[in-house]
Ligand binder design. Sequence first.
Ligand code: FE2
Length: 238
Amino acid sequence: MRIAVISDVHGNLIALEAVLADIERQGVDAILALGDFLSGPFDPVGTADRLIDLGIPGVRGNHDRHIVQGRDNDWAVDALARDLISPIHMDWLASLPLNRVFEQEVFMCHGTPAADDVLWLDGTEVEGGVFHVAREKIEQEAEGVDYPVLLCGHSHIPRTLRLADGRLVVNPGSVGLPLSLGSPDARYGLLHKRDGGWTVDLRALPYDNEAAAAQARAGGFDNWATAITTGWSTPYEL
Ligand SMILES: [Fe+2]
């Protein structure tokens, strides 16, 4: 079985289309999605239409929740997406669960199994460096989540590791908003179940990020344009 894993699209439909085209070339049995679908100054409406059409099993990200709940202290792009999307898009966002299990083997969450806004594997320092979360904490978050593969997003930092008991944890990185690593490529993951268990490839694709940056600039979000053309920005600069 081959499964593509996408996360943190952030409304960047141009990056999403590049990833979907690559997934098509790879040939997969399923695509799974880990949240933060629309929150960005690119094309939240087009992204919502595309994702709803595809019918991909997904979980909600913290920014999906912020769009639905209408929090006051969210990113400006959450309010932007909230104003643009239709009731159908909003119903779809509101229907996304915190967690989900695919084929009894693959557990999906956005942050950690318990929270959509907590970093599981990695995080970004305010000054821009990337840090690894401590091993004990990573193991603790996985307690009782007894599936061979555990998927998460949220950090936008691609990484894969094995827990002490052999379970595989995978963060595929971000499709539409690369952060902190200096790589502007769109990221996603490919899982493959072979005789010996699950393996994963973390993929990085160049795409027309100048076209996406132009969408951000047109909306007055020059910082987002910088983020997706350099790959160096931190979450604190958005
Ligand atoms: Fe995100």
